[in-house]
Design a protein around this ligand. Structure first.
Ligand SMILES: NC(=O)c1ccc[n+]([C@@H]2O[C@H](COP(=O)([O-])OP(=O)(O)OC[C@H]3O[C@@H](n4cnc5c(N)ncnc54)[C@H](OP(=O)(O)O)[C@@H]3O)[C@@H](O)[C@H]2O)c1
Length: 250
């Protein structure tokens, strides 16, 4: 997939899937806006990719005004926004419902669900004005079934999948491509936190059970192309061997 001079804004770009995606999009020719709360890691990654192709924008996606300013900063730096990758997300605090701290539970919703809406809300007016744009959101199998002690995460991912469907419903005919990607389990910091919780079957998986974040990055770039159009308003599953072979990962 040739992404030459396409402008891609990636949330959660400081590590894991987001950092791998930033490198992959840049290799494909894109200009990338790197977003996370912490500024050091995204600044280092922007330096690695190169100042003319990458910009680091510290932002907490749970605050709409920060996300709106971030999209504005991306447009100021690169002139437009072609792709939004809603990737940032959290799993902690993992806890059963009767013991969950309500404020901390709500903070996960603010990031994993409202953060996705904030990205869409900030990017859609510009994309609609351009007549084109792709919005990719990292989903999860947790959107489809309950996982012990993950009520916040499962609820947020189910809601985020509906936001992809909503964006397609309302803006598909305006040229907006909204797709979700369910990656399976991926070898990142999030899986270290899940392992440390020791709560449910996911925490018992071996590190070797997880796919590398580079596979997810390859999927995201593929999803920007016409081969993925059949998944507009829907979810791509990276557990599907057919999808893996179309993307070119083992
Ligand atoms: N790993 C898996 O097995 C797996 C499976 C299915 C889905 N996913 C999803 O994949 C996505 C990426 O996860 P990952 O595995 O790469 O996790 P990760 O390594 O923990 O990375 C999470 C990223 O999100 C950023 N972030 C967290 N809260 C944020 C906020 N409020 N505002 C802006 N950025 C924020 C983090 O940076 P800062 O802390 O600096 O903000 C970091 O860059 C998540 O949506 C996750 O739910 C992961």
């Amino acid at each position: 997939m040739d992404m030459t001079d396409k402008v891609v804004l990636i949330t959660g770009a400081s590590r894991g899937i987001g950092a791998a995606a930033a490198r992959r999009f840049a290799e494909a020719g894109a200009k990338v806006a790197l977003v996370a709360r912490g500024s050091d890691a995204i600044a280092d990654l922007a330096g690695e990719i190169g100042a003319e192709r990458a910009v680091a924008i510290p932002c907490d996606i749970s605050r709409f005004w920060e996300v709106e300013q971030t999209v504005q900063n991306c447009v100021t730096a690169f002139g437009r926004i072609d792709v939004l990758v809603n990737n940032a997300g959290v799993i902690e605090p993992i806890s059963h419902m009767a013991e969950a701290d309500p404020d901390a539970w709500g903070q996960v919703i603010d990031i994993n669900l409202k953060g996705v809406f904030h990205g869409m809300r900030a990017a859609l007016p510009r994309m609609v004005a351009q007549g084109s744009g792709t919005i990719l959101t990292i989903g999860s199998g947790a959107a489809h079934g309950p996982v012990e002690a993950w009520s916040h995460y499962c609820a947020s991912k189910a809601g985020a999948l509906m936001l992809t469907r909503m964006a397609d419903k309302e803006y598909g005919e305006a040229g907006i491509r909204a797709l979700s990607l369910s990656p399976g389990t991926v070898a990142t910091q999030m899986q270290r936190e899940i392992k440390a919780s020791g709560v449910n079957p996911v925490s018992e998986l071996d590190w070797s059970d997880h796919i590398p974040p580079e596979w997810v990055a390859a999927a995201l770039v593929w999803m920007c192309g016409p081969d993925a159009d059949e998944y507009k308003g829907a979810e791509v599953s990276l557990r599907d061997p057919g999808i893996r072979s179309r993307i070119g990962v083992a």
